[in-house]
Design a protein around this ligand. Structure first.
Ligand code: ADP
Ligand code: X15
Length: 400
């Protein structure tokens, strides 16, 4: 490993620490999840070593319901480290700079959601990000920058790639362990069948990676939003937005050509849902995809027949990689696909990786243990990108 770690950093300095606390938000309430547990280890070590600590993190995407302040995250983090955590509702404005100046040894201050700053998005070259007002202002306030956000390291955003170009930069403990685990996994060779379960809402991330993994993965089992987009490309009248949904059409525009060419060139490697589930009068109802004449409802899970088709494929696999849930599993009625597939994986002795801040929550929620899986990563998009062998931009800048 070529980046510097916390072992290379002298105690008691002023540090700016980038975490990934991006969490599910239900009715405005931030849901606790494994990202807090994992990052708490890094922050507790920094507290014990007397650092003056300011935390940068993002939450959600502008325009989405999950785009909220980090005030609740500061409280959840405080519970995890059993130590006070302050919050300021600015990222680099005058009040933030004032509060940063006031930090004492062992103090922790969470700065406001980085994505509320104009300079954070969109993705641009690290050199451009390093010259932004956001990076230039904060860099002057600290002795060192620590990136612990492996799970966001595939994004070329200011808080992830700008600072290492203008100040001393180190990998936090989560960055270190996730990088090691995911790099080792990417280098593993398997003699038997390799299966990848693809779902979730971030279809663009997974479809991009699928096009680079067609030699490594023998069978892609589809669900979630990506699954419906593939069904749409295969000629079924699903995979577009109805009502207020904003999940399909934009991602279809971005990915339809890739999906169509994957179906044309790799049809035998792609297994699509044979039935889908929806809400009918408060209950779960299922419909065979062949019987859908027109999309009138939101499909929130794959159906039970689909789980019966996916399970034997998983049983016959030597390795299974999961990225994204097959349905909206947080609602028990729509957990059949995700829980069914995870149980099938847990019941076999295949090597398995379950990734994603949201998806990894399903393990605990549905009574499974993490040690029933080979590796449970708090990274989703970053881990599957790493599987392709590609370097993550946020890691690359740490290695300079
Ligand atoms: N058909 C669906 N409709 C709406 N949401 C879905 C559907 N299928 C899966 N999801 C949601 O996808 C989320 C996980 O998506 P994503 O963020 O891409 O994965 P992760 O964070 O695990 O990497 C879950 O919280 C689940 O509720
Ligand atoms: O949750 C994240 O990614 P993931 O859902 O792929 O695990 C990261 O925080 C990145 O967030 P983003 O996909 O909104 O850039």
């Amino acid at each position: 490993m070529t980046f510097q770690t916390l072992d290379d950093l002298d105690d008691g300095q002023r540090v700016l620490v980038r975490l990934d606390l991006n969490s599910p938000v239900e009715d405005g309430t931030v849901q606790d999840n494994r990202r807090f547990d994992r990052h708490a280890e890094t922050i507790s070590e920094l507290v014990d070593r007397g650092f003056e600590i300011a935390v940068l993190a993002h939450q959600g995407r502008p325009g989405r319901d999950d785009f909220v302040s980090l005030e609740q995250h500061a409280d959840i983090l405080a519970d995890h480290i059993d130590h006070d955590v302050d919050f300021v509702d600015e990222t680099y404005g005058p009040q933030a700079i004032h509060d940063i100046a006031d930090l004492d040894s062992g103090d922790v201050l969470v700065l406001e959601n980085t994505r509320m700053c104009d300079d954070e998005l969109p993705e641009e070259d690290p050199e451009i990000k390093s010259q932004t007002e956001f990076v230039q202002t904060l860099a002057g306030e600290f002795d060192a920058y620590i990136n612990d956000a492996y799970s966001a390291a595939h994004r070329s955003h200011a808080s992830l790639v700008g600072f290492p170009l203008v100040m001393d930069a180190y990998a936090g403990r989560v960055m270190e362990t996730e990088y090691e685990a995911n790099t080792a996994i990417a280098e593993k060779e398997f003699d038997g069948q390799v299966t990848m379960v693809v779902g979730g809402t971030k279809a663009t991330d997974v479809i991009d990676v699928m096009t680079h993994l067609d030699e490594k993965v023998d069978d892609f089992l589809l669900g979630g939003i990506a699954g419906e987009l593939f069904l749409r490309a295969a000629g079924y009248p699903v995979g577009y937005d109805i009502d207020d949904a904003n999940l399909y059409d934009e991602q279809w525009e971005e990915n339809s050509e890739k999906i169509e060419s994957m179906l044309e060139d790799h049809r035998d490697q792609i297994t699509l849902a044979v039935d889908l589930a929806y809400e009918d009068d408060g209950d779960r109802a299922e419909q065979a995809v062949d019987d859908i004449e027109e999309k009138r409802v939101s499909y929130l899970d794959v159906g039970s027949e689909t789980v019966m088709e996916y399970s034997p494929i998983i049983r016959d696999s030597e390795a299974v990689f999961v990225k994204g849930a097959l349905g909206m599993f947080e609602d028990e009625r729509f957990s059949v696909g995700t829980a069914g597939v995870l149980e099938a994986i847990a019941d076999t002795d295949c090597f398995s990786v379950v990734g994603g801040g949201d998806t990894s929550r399903a393990i605990e929620m549905y009574g499974m243990e993490e040690d029933e899986f080979g590796h449970v990563s708090i990274a989703g998009g970053a881990y599957i990108r790493a599987l392709t062998g590609a370097e993550l931009v946020g890691v690359e800048v740490l290695q300079r």
